[in-house]
Write a protein that binds this ligand. Structure first.
Ligand code: AMP
Length: 581
């Protein structure tokens, strides 16, 4: 069994290494050394994932809880401020606290034990689950050395800060398995998890491509129906009983329909963009299972969707779609209302009665045991239409525009009908899981950006006692980190403020003169009137009349808008002729 202390020391070494190549080499060397049983978990931990992607139950352990337990073990409850002021990050704060412990344990934890402890914490459910989860976490931290605790904490909050991203991990795996990086990326697209990708790459016999390795699995599973549909690149899905979600395909923003014609350069469809929440639904002999955009399993929360897709009577298929919540009058409700249904396991039926959801499917990613990701959208859509017709599934409204005028009219009507905008999809485009491919464009009417909250200010007057003025930032993909582009306290209800204050305090890094700096984790959709040049902000731009229109709990900060998107929105408004809407 591999020692978790060795893993912690590796992470320490990674954080002291500048060169990407060397980081990848160190990681590959470590994974090679520890063997196949523990390497998948180690690969996941290295990229800041405690559980395999798509795990059914989340950990639900906050940074605040980890700190409380560590402080309690070390008897450092009243030293938090001092420790956080001196520590460079959260993990270091935990390490510093545990160094003050009188009885530091010897390193005995193994990677396998940490993996099974994390799984055990995630599996705790029911009445006393919060307390039981914290008890289990306490047991783990008690056994950890300060250095081990530092990295346990970092994995749990998903912030390693040692330069090992998922992309770099794939490079390490490619080096380790002596396979081309493109192939490894592709396997990871299908597997959606670096640990499973590693397993697939190191499968005994060394399969030379995904097609071959899936075929192996099929043989092992004895399911002859699931052979590839053609030899040119269709992939058979593993036929084991547990279906696994793929990362959803993402879209790039486009300004308008004319832009879509220019960017896509070939025939495309326009579909209504529904303002709901993304779902991926798998149907098969195992029944129906549903995942959210962030690949959390939400099967038990959406019985309506299970009933709808249940009409396929166990036929194997993977759908991509959107669910919207509707009020008793049949009108669509706000995005927040759909999200309240996601992940709910108690009182599901009562919530269903209050806020039923409706499913709209827009893509078919798998059928009868074959992955369709390499098929052009046109063919996937034709198959989707056939299935939808036979099973009575609703689809998003759609046209194939033959001119800019035609498409612009469809867009204008979509906005008038209350849709968020339209999606433009190239007919020839493959389905690129997890990637913002060039095949899909989103065209929205409203001026909104998805920004990350990086700090908040204590409110006064009516908002006294709440964190209320939020510092909004855009991701900087080139230099890393976030760039502030505005502040707002508008758009939230009192209940939202209360909830947000709790969430932000759990993410607090430090407090300076009434400004609470938080770990960048919460993404909000922000409407604004325009973007101004502003020397006060590092990025040189500031949003005017910013207002929060929703909390995007379905998006991670990686998916939030970048500073380049803010700059592009700024350029677009600058280019607009005077008097244009
Ligand atoms: P955004 O959330 O602004 O990045 O826009 C992309 C999201 O729009 C997707 O993740 C889906 O949840 C949603 N969406 C709504 N309607 C469609 C559609 N017809 N096709 C694809 N995505 C859609």
């Amino acid at each position: 069994m591999a020692s978790f202390n060795d893993f912690a020391n590796l992470c320490l070494a990674l954080s002291q290494t500048q060169s990407r190549l060397q980081i990848a080499a160190l990681a590959a060397e470590f994974l090679n050394r520890i063997g196949r049983a523990e390497a998948p978990a180690a690969a996941r931990f290295m990229v800041g994932r405690a559980l395999p992607q798509g795990a059914e139950k989340p950990l639900n352990v906050s940074g605040r809880a980890i700190w409380k337990i560590a402080a309690e073990i070390a008897g450092a409850e009243d030293q938090g401020e001092e420790i956080f002021a001196a520590a460079t990050d959260f993990g270091e704060a935990i390490e510093m606290a545990l160094k003050r412990r009188a009885d530091t344990p010897e390193p005995t934890l193994t990677i396998a034990e940490v993996e099974s402890e994390f799984a055990a914490i995630a599996s705790i459910e029911g009445r006393n689950s919060r307390r039981l989860k914290l008890d289990a976490l306490r047991g783990l931290l008690r056994r950890a050395t300060p250095l081990e605790a530092k990295f346990l904490a970092k994995i749990l909050i998903g912030e390693m800060r040692h330069g090992m991203s998922e992309g770099l991990m794939l490079e390490a795996l490619a080096a380790m398995a002596a396979r081309p990086i493109a192939e490894v990326r592709r396997i990871n697209m299908v597997e959606g998890d670096v640990g499973r990708t590693l397993l697939r790459l190191t499968a005994t016999g060394g399969a030379s491509s995904i097609a071959a390795s899936t075929a192996e699995i099929n043989e092992a599973g004895g399911d002859k129906a699931a052979t590839p549909a053609n030899a040119s690149g269709d992939h058979a899905l593993p036929t084991d009983a547990a279906p696994r979600p793929l990362k959803p395909m993402l879209a790039q923003p486009a300004a308008n329909v004319a832009d879509a014609f220019r960017i896509l350069g070939g025939p495309f469809a326009l579909e209504h963009k529904l303002d709901g929440a993304r779902v991926q639904i798998h149907s098969g002999p195992f029944g129906v299972r549903i995942w959210s955009r962030r690949l959390n399993e939400i099967t038990r929360s959406l019985p309506e969707v299970i009933e709808t897709i249940g009409r396929l009577a166990g036929r194997r298929a993977i759908f991509d779609g959107e669910v919207i919540a509707i009020d008793p009058g049949g009108r669509p409700l706000a995005f927040q209302d759909v999200m309240r249904r996601f992940g709910r396991v108690r009182e599901v039926e009562r919530m269903r009665a209050e806020r039923p959801v409706r499913l709209f499917v827009f893509d078919l990613i798998g059928l009868d045991g074959n992955l369709l990701i390499d098929e052009p959208y046109e063919r996937r859509y034709a198959a989707l239409a056939g299935l939808a017709e036979s099973a009575g599934l609703e689809r998003a409204g759609r046209i194939i525009p033959d001119s800019i005028a035609d498409g612009t009219q469809f867009f204008a009507r979509a906005i008038a009908d209350g849709y968020e905008g339209v999606m433009a999809k190239a007919l020839a485009s493959p389905y690129t899981p997890g990637a913002r491919g060039r095949g899909w464009l989103k065209i929205k009417q409203a001026r909104t950006l998805d920004l990350t909250i990086v700090a908040a200010e204590w409110g006064y007057g009516r908002r006294h006692g709440w964190l209320s003025n939020y510092h909004l930032a855009a991701r900087d993909p080139n230099r890393g980190g976030f760039v502030e582009v505005g502040k707002t306290f508008k758009g939230l209800t009192d209940e939202d403020f209360r909830e947000m204050t709790d969430r932000l305090l759990a993410l607090k890094i430090e407090e300076r003169r009434g400004v609470v700096v938080v770990r960048p984790e919460i993404v909000v959709e922000v409407a604004y009137s325009d973007i101004q040049r502003s020397p006060q902000y590092d990025g040189g731009m500031a949003l005017r009349f910013a207002r929060i229109v929703g909390v995007r709990s379905d998006k991670s900060t990686d998916e939030a808008d970048t500073i380049d998107a803010v700059a592009a929105a700024f350029d677009r408004q600058a280019l607009k002729p005077l008097g244009a809407p």
